[in-house]
Ligand binder design. Sequence first.
Ligand code: UDP
Length: 332
Amino acid sequence: MTILITGGAGFIGGHTVLAFLDRGEIPIVLDDLSTGNRAAIPSDVPFFAGDVGDTELVLRLVQNHRIDAILHFAAKIVVPESVADPLNYYLNNTVKTHALLQAAVRGKVKHFVFSSTAAVYGNTGSKSVSETADPAPLSPYGRSKLMSEYMLVDAGEAYDLRYVILRYFNVAGADPAGRLGQSTPGATHLIKVALETALRRRTYMSIYGSDYPTPDGTCVRDYVHVSDLARAHLAALDHLRNGGESRTLNCGYGRGYSVREVVDTVRNITGVDFEIRQAPRREGDPASIVANSDQLMKLGWKPELNDLAKMIEHAHNWESKLIAAESRTAIR
Ligand code: UDP
């Protein structure tokens, strides 16, 4: 039996493809390449360019490749973009997940692992949040993911389908061996933006809001290394394959860093003192969000890269590699 990874050309999906390959399991990938990168997918992985919302296409893949598990990463993930264009987020993240689930049920797929987000929680205060907290998303992005969670939970009740919903906290870093990293053009995430500024791809960066009720006034997030997160998917799928029940699980380290702490660490790692400007709060941002991931650890997840400086170092190596590759292309 084979697994289907949607969004496998993207940042998290791509690292998860590597994690499966590293343990000798070859998945197939479906990705529309809207933000993903074809070059991210190793040549021995069958790749299909297409839309996860195309039920007939997915059903054909499921039947032709004897798919028993779908890992669904393909999504839009930028909070401010979802505030500006919510209907696009509900289409891409919710409507298309519905179509994918329909294909999964029609094709008798047994297992489903869904990429959800800490954004479903909204404001949680300074304590770490566990899965029993009531969700109260602050953005269309968070709501688009929560709606998909609800569909999956109901589908799990009604049909012969078991799932793990993984609620990711702030994903960062890059493959420690340098095979992959965050390549999405125009990425807006903090560590990526700070590194691009340090590497002079931007002249300055903004800190959005310094009047939050946090120790230094900037937002606090739980940054999790993408390769650890990728391995969480192995644990989730193994749990389902071993007959485990459907679960909704947080994935973070349980330790928060403020925007300022992250920026200072980027300055230390790169040795570059770049310009920072104070900007107003960004809409849809909770003050603080930190995971309690005890449940995922009980399921067998063992974080190996819980170290902000290392995470930034890996991302920095990748970013430098991207710049070197671009200048080689420019010289040619
Ligand atoms: N942030 C910032 N400047 C940037 C990008 C992000 O101050 O250029 C802040 C953002 O407001 C939030 C935190 O960094 O408080 C993490 O944002 P990111 O977009 O990385 O992830 P999110 O938490 O929105 O998923």
